[in-house]
Design a protein around this ligand. Structure first.
Ligand SMILES: *Cc1c(COP(=O)(O)O)cnc(C)c1O
Length: 361
C-alpha cells in the first residue's frame, strides 16, 4: 500500500464559501483569490468548483492565468502584482488579463508598450501597509497619466489593509477615501477580514482569499464555523507504528517529551516534509479514530508522534486527521504559532491531493 497521507479537497465547501463571501457583499463583484495554487488547494480543483458562479479570479503568476484561459475560463482575471516585466504586459493583453499598477516602472512600461488590446488597470495605493503601491501624494499625477494612457481600458482604485483582522482599518480607510475623493472611480479594498467586518470597504470588487479555504479571517474569538465557513482541505493519514513508553522514556528527536507513566504512543505518517509545521509543540491537537488527542515531542521529516491515551483501541492503520473536517486548521495553526494560510500553502508536492464533493456538507 502507498504511504497513507492525503489532502482531501471538498470542492462543494469551496463553492459554498465563495457564495457565502458574495452574500456578505451583495453589491460587489468578488475576485476569487486563487494565488499560490489556490492557497495550496490546487487551482484546477477550486476554479472548476466555481466555474459557473465566479465573477473573476485574482492571482500572481502568469502561468496560472494562462492555465485558466487554456481551460476556457473567460471571466476577468487580475494579476495582483501586475506585470513583472514588459513581456508580461503583452502576455496580459493577449490573455485579456486585468493588471495592478503599483510602481513607477510599471506605469512607464504601460505607457511605452504597444499592446494588442487595452487593459483594465487597478491602481494600487499605499495607504499605510507600506508594501506595494503609490504614496497618496503621487496619486493625482499617476491618475492623470493613466487617464491619458492609450493602453488603459478602465481604471479602478485599489488598496490593501494591514490590520483588517485585528486593530481595524480606520487610518488606512481615511487615507484611501481622501485619495478617491472626486475621482468617481470604482474601487477594490476588502480582503476576507474587511469583507466580513467593514461593509463600507466593499466597493466594486471584494477580494476574499482565506475564507474561501475555510480559514477564519477574524480575530481569534470568531471561528470559521461561527461564520458558516466550511473546511475545504482535510489532511489525513494513518498510524504506521505504535509504541509503549514507560515512565521516564522519551519519543522522537531530542527526547523532548518524557512519559510520566506508562502510555501508548502512535506514530503518524506525516512530517514536516509533508508540510506539517515542525514548530508544532507537544500538545498540538490532532484526531485519531475521530478522537481528539495531542502530538508528542518533535515533528520529524516523515513522522510525528501522538498520545493514544484517549483512544485505547487505536492501532496500526487507524485513521488520523491532521486538520480539516473535525479539527479546524486555525486551531492547529494557533498551537504551532502560525496561521492557517501558512499550513495550507506549505502542503508539500509529495502529498496526494484528492477531491470530494460533499454536497450535503
Ligand atoms: C492574498 C490577497 C487577498 C486575500 O486576502 P485574504 O486575507 O486571504 O482574504 C486580497 N488582496 C490581495 C492584494 C492579496 O494579495
Amino acid at each position: 500500500m502507498a504511504r497513507p497521507i492525503r489532502a482531501r479537497i471538498d470542492t462543494a465547501a469551496f463553492r459554498h464559501n465563495y457564495l457565502l463571501s458574495k452574500q456578505h457583499a451583495p453589491q460587489s463583484r468578488a475576485w476569487c483569490v486563487v494565488k499560490a495554487n489556490a492557497y495550496g488547494h490546487g487551482l484546477a480543483n477550486c476554479a472548476e468548483a466555481v466555474r459557473d458562479v465566479v465573477d473573476g479570479f485574482a492571482l500572481l503568476d502568469m502561468a496560472e492565468a494562462a492555465w485558466l484561459r487554456s481551460e476556457g475560463f473567460l471571466q476577468p482575471v487580475l494579476l495582483l502584482e501586475g506585470g513583472f516585466d514588459a513581456a508580461e504586459l503583452h502576455e496580459a493583453a493577449k490573455l485579456n488579463l486585468a493588471i495592478v499598477v503599483h510602481a513607477m516602472p510599471q506605469l512607464d512600461a504601460l505607457e511605452e508598450a504597444v499592446l494588442s488590446q487595452r487593459l483594465d488597470v487597478f491602481l494600487k495605493i499605499n495607504t499605510g501597509m507600506n508594501r506595494l503601491g503609490f504614496v497618496p501624494a503621487d496619486v493625482p499625477k499617476v491618475l492623470a497619466r493613466l487617464r491619458a494612457c492609450g493602453n488603459v481600458r478602465s481604471l479602478t482604485l485599489m488598496t490593501h489593509f494591514a490590520c483588517a483582522d485585528g486593530l481595524g482599518i480606520a487610518s488606512q480607510w481615511a487615507c484611501f477615501t481622501d485619495c478617491m475623493a472626486g475621482s468617481e472611480l470604482p474601487f477594490s479594498a476588502a480582503n476576507s477580514a474587511a469583507l466580513l467586518r467593514f461593509p463600507e470597504t466593499h466597493g466594486a470588487w471584494v477580494r476574499p482569499g482565506i475564507m474561501l479555504y475555510g480559514g477564519s479571517p477574524m480575530p481569534a474569538s470568531q471561528s470559521a464555523a461561527d461564520l458558516g465557513v466550511r473546511p475545504v482541505m482535510t489532511l489525513i493519514s494513518e498510524l504506521i507504528g505504535v509504541q509503549t513508553l514507560h515512565a521516564g522514556e522519551h519519543v522522537g528527536y531530542g527526547a523532548t517529551f518524557t512519559a510520566e507513566h506508562e502510555m501508548r504512543v502512535g506514530v503518524v505518517a506525516c512530517g514536516y516534509a509533508d508540510g506539517y509545521p515542525r514548530h508544532a509543540p507537544t500538545g498540538t491537537p490532532i484526531l485519531v479514530d475521530g478522537v481528539r488527542t495531542r502530538t508528542l515531542g518533535r515533528v520529524s521529516m516523515d513522522m510525528l508522534a501522538v498520545d493514544l491515551t484517549p483512544v485505547p483501541n487505536a492501532t496500526i492503520g487507524s485513521p488520523v486527521t491532521l486538520w480539516g473536517k473535525g479539527l479546524p486548521a486555525d486551531e492547529v495553526a494557533t498551537a504551532a504559532g502560525t496561521i492557517s494560510y501558512e499550513l495550507f500553502c506549505a502542503l508539500a508536492r509529495r502529498v496526494l491531493v484528492t477531491t470530494t464533493d460533499n454536497k450535503n456538507g
